[in-house]
Design a protein around this ligand. Sequence first.
Ligand code: SF4
Length: 100
Amino acid sequence: MNDPHAGHGWHMWADPDAQAAWWASAACAGADPDLFFPETRDRWKVAHAKRLCNRCPVLEPCRDYAMPKRLLEGIWGGLTAAERDRLRRADRRRQRERNA
Ligand code: SF4
């Protein structure tokens, strides 16, 4: 049977809107979802997930996809949700400074 989610790995259940073709090239496609959504602040899992991201050919589109989605949990584009929040805050601060 043809699995429509094949090649998209955990992204499809993490975010059903994630239909972009580039998911098929994700380094994490066959990875354990628990690595990218650790239940606790498991540093080993976070580090392991980030290592996969750092050699992923679609890191940039993945990060660009995740950045505007404030409620998205887990590690996307090599960043945890907290790291993405910090980047958003820094971007907003820079924007305010430019407009001041
Ligand atoms: S950057 Fe990380 S989370 Fe995004 S597709 Fe690649 S391995 Fe998966």
